[in-house]
Design a protein around this ligand. Structure first.
Ligand code: IPD
Length: 262
């Protein structure tokens, strides 16, 4: 078995542990801590991150981890890094929406090589390892193929919520003004990890986020790519974790969408 499949097995176990933490905690009252303007984390975001950290520190002590809630820890000389969003879609989760997911990637020099995204409510686990394909609950995934913008369902990231987002939000509104008459439908799921996985599964044809953190998408990137999607930044450069924007879509749509977005 290749190293990457071994790492995928480790990532699946880590995410299964995380999903159990969520299931156990679901019936209890949530405590919420503010992180910024209209931005917060719940007690379960921290509990999940801590459980995954503990598991991976025991399994792969030489690989550092970047997590949304606790930052970067571990060996800074490693080319590998685990990248974790304990709950992607925290606002959905806190509102009782089922659209949230645990997202865990292994990156090598910033490129996603293993990804596991689990949506605990729908019991869907999306997985991929570079060169080994992508799967949903072990069934192979492939992107859908509309070649025309008019047939495309496109998912977008949330609007920014801090004062510095004003300019970016204005650009997003302008993009909607131009795109809405040309595409089939707009979707805004509120979880970038599932945006990537839903692109891989053909549930949406493209996903675009104008500002994104690596933990939101690192796992979904390899899942989407292994399902046949092109995943770049807004300049059309292959996405890696240093990018701040992301466009994932079936290759036939990529050029037309990028032209509209850029
Ligand atoms: C958020 C979601 C959302 C995206 C935001 C992210 P979080 O992640 O992925 O879809 O638009 O930019 O911050 O905060 O719920 O982990």
């Amino acid at each position: 078995m290749s190293d990457l499949l071994d790492f995928l097995g480790t990532a699946e176990q880590a995410v299964a542990t995380a999903a159990e933490v969520i299931r156990t905690g679901l019936g209890r009252e949530r405590s919420i801590s503010g992180k910024g303007d209209r931005d917060y984390a719940t007690d379960l975001d921290y509990a999940v991150e801590d459980a995954v950290r503990e598991f991976l520190a025991a399994e792969t002590p030489d690989i550092p981890l970047l997590g949304e809630e606790r930052g970067r820890t571990g060996n800074t000389d490693s080319h590998y890094e685990w990248v974790l969003d304990p709950i992607d879609g925290t606002v959905n989760f806190a509102h009782g929406s089922p659209l949230y997911a645990i997202s865990l990637a292994l990156t090598q020099n910033g490129v996603s090589v293993v990804g596991v995204v689990e949506a605990p409510v729908s019991e869907e686990r999306f997985t991929a390892a570079l060169g080994h394909g992508a799967a949903l609950n072990k069934h192979p995934l492939a992107v859908r193929g509309p070649a025309k913008l008019s047939d495309a369902v496109v998912a977008f990231g949330d609007f920014g919520v801090n004062p510095e987002s004003d300019r970016r939000n204005a650009q997003r509104l302008e993009l909607f003004r131009r795109l809405v008459p040309k595409i089939q439908r707009v979707r805004m799921l509120g979880t970038a990890a599932l945006d990537m996985c839903w692109t891989a599964a053909g549930r949406v044809d493209a996903a675009y986020h104008s500002f994104i953190n690596p933990w939101d998408v690192a796992a979904g990137v390899v899942i989407a790519r292994e399902a046949g999607a092109l995943v770049t930044d807004i300049d059309g450069v292959d996405y890696d974790t240093s990018a701040t924007s992301i466009l994932a879509c079936n290759p036939a749509l990529h050029r037309a969408l990028l032209a509209e977005i850029a």
